[in-house]
Write a new protein. Structure first.
Length: 322
């Protein structure tokens, strides 16, 4: 199977009450870890590339790595997506360079401006066989060079989504319902504590999600900032020289609930970073004399694979849906 767009994946996911994982890729080990898990679990998957990933690894290297993954996993649908495209030119460059899907993120711009730039990208993408994700609302957290402090985010306004989708012709819509980018999604002040004193994040705004669904029934919704920041990774990092106090993510059971509704794409990047960092910190601590990158990248790749397999089965529900 060649690279696919997300159109069919999303239709089946919407109807089937599950979501497709969109995992950020930056190097070979990450591409391999994700696609080996998806291949073994017979799951569709989206590999997404940020502007920063493209600057780090180079467009051609990333496309060729993804093409290699497609060749190695011929039985599962794989889409190649631009994450947080910030201009028409960047989206065009990715579409011209083999991506099957792009996100134009003009969510920080005024509504009418967001519509205008999204529409421009949609026209180009559709004329070239690609699909477009757009965004309404603002997430907290860190994405590329943009930092939005926790508490300064703004939820998507349900009354805007139908007009936006209609006027832009976009294929999916990312909304803000309380997820957040990065490994520090909430401040302690935004959380409560359970009986063991552990921080409990504020729940996702399912009321906003449901209002959005009512406005655009049948339309695929996307959640960014959906890493759960597993505390076992954080613990390993902190026990092996790392310093990530108060790292906190989105509870997986809430993402599972969202996946059963109209959420068809769930973005995960930070959990990949945490999985690799935990394994590598522990490896270096336990093997101070080793210096062959294959020795520590191999378990790091395995950790990505295990984490993605867990998400596919326990959070996304996309296993067996290829
Ligand atoms: O939303 C942002 C993604 O986690 C990508 O992060 O821009 O550091 O590659 P990055
Ligand atoms: P996380 O930082 O929660 O992994 O979110 C990633 C993301 O939304 C990429 O667009
Ligand atoms: Zn994002």
């Amino acid at each position: 199977m060649a690279l696919v767009t997300t159109t069919e994946m999303f239709k089946k996911a919407y109807d089937g009450g599950y979501a497709i994982g969109a995992f950020n890729v930056n190097n070979m080990e990450i591409v391999q870890g994700i696609t080996e898990a998806a291949g073994e679990l017979n799951s569709p998957v989206i590999l997404q590339v940020s502007k920063g990933a493209r600057a780090y690894a180079n467009h051609t290297y990333l496309v060729k790595l993804v093409e290699a993954a497609v060749a190695e996993n011929p039985d599962i649908p794989i889409a190649l997506h631009l994450d947080h495209g910030d201009s028409f030119e960047l989206c065009k460059s990715c579409i011209d360079g083999g991506f099957t899907s792009v996100m134009i993120d003009a969510s920080s711009k005024p509504f009418e401006e967001n519509i205008a730039i999204t529409k421009q990208v949609v026209e180009y993408a559709h004329a070239h066989g690609a699909v477009v994700e757009a965004e309404l609302g603002t997430l907290a957290g860190v994405e590329d060079e943009v930092v939005v402090e926790a508490g300064q985010e703004s939820y998507t306004r349900p009354e805007e989504v139908a007009e936006f989708v209609d006027k832009t012709g976009c294929d999916s819509l990312a909304i803000a319902i309380g997820t957040s980018h990065g490994a520090y999604k909430f401040t302690a002040a935004q959380c409560t504590r359970n009986e063991k004193g552990i921080l409990v994040p504020p729940p996702l705004r399912f009321d906003v999600l449901k209002e959005c669904i009512d406005m655009i029934p049948g339309f695929p919704i996307v959640l960014h900032g959906s890493s759960s920041v597993p505390q076992d990774f954080v613990k390993i990092i902190n026990e092996n020289g790392g310093q990530m106090p108060d790292a906190i993510g989105i509870p997986e059971d809430q993402l599972r609930e969202a996946a059963k509704l109209a959420v068809c794409k769930i973005n995960i990047d930070s959990d990949i970073r945490l999985a690799m960092t935990a394994v590598m910190r522990q490896y270096f601590n336990e093997n101070p004399s080793h210096f062959d990158p294959r020795q520590y990248l191999k378990p790091a790749r395995q950790a990505v694979k295990d984490m993605v397999a867990h998400k596919i089965v326990n959070v996304l529900g996309s296993n067996g849906k290829a």
